[in-house]
Design a binder for this molecule. Structure first.
Ligand SMILES: [Zn+2]
Length: 162
């Protein structure tokens, strides 16, 4: 898989390219908390400038990330807009964009993902751990000799104006 561009095919006004690379392009190691769940989409204008190839446009790919706060996994569409990159052909007559696009997108992933920043999968970010409240009907708080009154607590909830 590659996006091979001959420098001679890039006119002075630039070359527009669009397309997708399958998620396997990311080739992340087993156990990496980030999982690509869709293709890397690119929409770029290529320009030559003083021996370099400049890339301008948009990169995006959906990733499954794990929230550092609540440990929930969620999907986020990681978008770089505007994207700008550059490739040094180092004297070659052609370049391949794939490595550059992949690396730049991976660098744009949030290092500390928070699920409430997702654009596709908003949900409650509730950290795991001990509950911060005790049941009001806890037997330990009931006067001796009386059964726990669980219904009183429910009645309070029911009568709360909505
Ligand atoms: Zn979260």
């Amino acid at each position: 898989m590659g996006i091979r561009i001959h420098l001679a095919d890039i006119p002075s006004e630039g070359l527009e390219i669009q397309g997708q690379l399958t998620a396997s392009v990311f080739d992340l190691p087993e156990g990496d908390p980030a999982h690509p769940v869709g293709p890397l989409s690119y929409d770029l204008l290529l320009l030559q400038d003083e021996g370099l190839v400049l890339l301008e446009g948009i990169l995006q790919a959906p990733f499954e990330l794990q929230c550092v706060r609540c440990l929930r996994t969620y999907v986020q569409n990681c978008v770089i807009d505007p994207y700008s990159g550059e490739i040094d052909p180092e004297g070659a007559a052609a370049i391949d964009l794939v490595d550059t696009l992949r690396e730049d997108l991976l660098l744009a992933l949030p290092p500390y993902p928070h699920c409430n920043e997702s654009d596709t999968d908003l949900g409650e970010c509730v950290p795991p751990g001990p509950l911060h409240y005790e049941s009001p009907a806890s037997p330990a708080q009931t006067p001796e000799g009386e059964p726990p009154n669980i219904w009183a607590a429910l009645d309070q909830i029911d009568t709360t104006p909505s």
